[in-house]
Ligand binder design. Structure first.
Ligand code: GAR
Length: 223
């Protein structure tokens, strides 16, 4: 039985999707803890309601990134996780912290990496005029929003989109790809080869979701 520790900063909808998939699909894993860097992170309420231990390491209580990351690592290691899952954890991590969890820490980022790292990714996509956008699940390296990509989702950008509409479309796919990627890890199906992530046995490491075109009856738009 593999152990997962999930880190959140706010809403925690990706964490919730992972917790629910783990139970529903009877993964050989359990969520050992959910840790937030903000006491008011809404996702803590859901985690507690599921009987999952929760903890808060408030970054505002630490003078610098090093001391915060050291305290966070201490809390994580108390649960001896096989995988650390960053689910909307909005902190830049020190190289020491990233190295400590090399090959066993994943993140979801709301863009098709390596495009649009950082914040406001949906507005970045709209401003760049791209016709497709999406999300990436990747292993974490010391380069922000970079690292071996496990799985990506792709959605169309359609006329009239604003950042909120695009964000909602992408988030719905995050809730599909992040649980899938974590499941692959706990099943021992992932192998790292430089920046590539091999999946055994192979299956698509992407998800195309154009249901917005169908539901809006604008089939073909953006094609
Ligand atoms: C998600 O869209 C996630 O991709 C993003 O924050 C949101 C968290 O939502 N993460 C990043 O931007 C990391 N660079 P959630 O709290 O409901 O899962």
């Amino acid at each position: 039985m593999k152990k997962l520790v999930i880190l959140i900063s706010g809403r925690g909808s990706n964490m919730e999707a992972i917790v629910q998939a783990c139970l529903r699909e009877r993964w050989p894993a359990r969520v050992a803890a959910v840790i937030a860097n903000r006491p008011d992170a809404a996702g803590l309420v859901f985690a507690a309601s599921q009987g999952i231990p929760t903890a808060v390491i408030d970054h505002r209580q630490y003078p610098d990134r090093e001391s915060f990351d050291a305290a966070l690592a201490g809390e994580i290691d108390a649960f001896a996780p096989d995988l650390v899952v960053l689910a909307g954890f909005m902190r830049v991590l020190t190289a020491g912290f990233v190295d400590r969890y090399a090959g066993r820490m994943m993140n979801v980022h709301p863009s098709l990496l390596p495009s649009f790292p950082g914040l406001k990714t949906h507005q970045q996509a709209l401003d760049a005029g791209v016709r497709v956008h999406g999300a990436s699940v990747h292993f974490v390296t010391s380069q922000l929003d970079h690292g071996p990509i496990v799985l990506q989702s792709v959605v169309p950008v359609v006329t009239g989109d604003d950042a909120a509409a695009l964000s909602a479309r992408v988030l719905a796919t995050e809730h599909q790809i992040y649980p899938r990627a974590v499941r692959w890890f706990v099943e021992g199906r992932l192998a790292l080869d430089g920046l590539r992530v091999a999946l055994t046995p192979p299956e698509p490491q992407w998800l195309f979701d154009d249901t917005c075109n169908k539901s809006n009856n604008v089939a073909g738009e953006g094609v």
